[in-house]
Design a protein around this ligand. Structure first.
Ligand code: 13P
Length: 253
């Protein structure tokens, strides 16, 4: 069966209550207008403060709710952290893990991301595990090597397509307006699938959605989303505007 396209918005640290609810309502209304589209899935990942109100605002629309991080423990003495159980409790079905901004700002390692993913998956969440090279690594010709290492280190053994999504986000393309060529993206995604295949078996690897992220806009979305190993997009800046987010989605309808 063909893999569905996942159009995912990562709102990052943006949105106060009123803006977040308005954005979610706008997305919900537009997705409802699309009617039954069985080949595309929608996901929004607001900041933790907005999860409950966004969940309400999305009511009745085929848009899943995700968080941007979680702890690997289900509860306990971890000040400031949020557990996978808390995320499912407020209606999340996805969690982004290992985003490059968390790797950079919070020193998250592949091993830590793996541990978080194991816990999130066990709690019934789908882990959107992010990988991607820095500009220096790319310039040094190490893109594939870095991505291989990140996949092998951060994706748990036994991961399945039901509990795992991969997002390839070259760090230098995030929020910069710069993007790799379509051929480069396809090369990396094919390599990611090859590594997943070795790690998890071909049948599972063929079903796992691999998203591209990094300056995806309505104007360049088609170029990436039509590649054979690109199964959707993880969208930052453009997910904060209903027309841009939907403008990207309509490229795969
Ligand atoms: P931009 O779309 O703003 O480049 O962000 C991409 C990203 O980091 C999504 O997780």
């Amino acid at each position: 069966m063909a893999r569905k396209k996942l159009i995912a918005g990562n709102w990052k640290m943006n949105g106060l209550l009123a803006d977040g609810v308005e954005l979610a309502k706008g997305v919900a209304a537009e997705v409802k207008k699309l009617g039954r589209v069985s080949t595309v899935e929608f996901l929004v990942c607001p900041p933790a403060t907005l999860l409950t109100s966004v969940k309400k605002a999305l009511k009745g629309a085929r848009v899943a709710l995700g968080a941007q991080d979680c702890h690997f423990n289900l509860k306990g003495a971890h000040t400031g952290d949020i557990s996978p159980a808390m995320l499912t409790d407020v209606g999340c079905s996805y969690v982004i893990l290992g985003h490059s901004e968390r790797r950079a700002d919070h020193g998250e390692s592949n091993a830590l991301i793996n541990k978080k993913a194991v816990s999130a998956q066990a709690e019934g969440l789908k882990a959107v595990i992010c990988i991607g090279e820095t500009e220096a690594q790319r310039d040094a010709g190490k893109t594939l090597e870095v991505c291989r290492e990140q996949i092998l280190g951060s994706v748990p053994e036994g991961s399945t397509n039901k509990k795992t999504v991969i997002a390839y986000e070259p760090v230098w393309a995030i929020g910069t307006g710069k993007t790799p060529t379509a051929a480069d993206v396809q090369e990396v995604h094919a390599e990611i699938r090859k590594v997943l295949s070795k790690k998890l078996g071909r049948a599972v690897a063929n079903k796992i959605q691999i998203l591209y992220g990094g300056s995806v806009k309505p104007t360049n979305a088609k170029e990436f989303l039509s590649l054979p190993d690109v199964d959707g997009a993880l969208i930052g800046g453009a997910s904060l505007k209903v027309e841009d987010f939907l403008g990207i989605a309509t490229k795969v309808l």
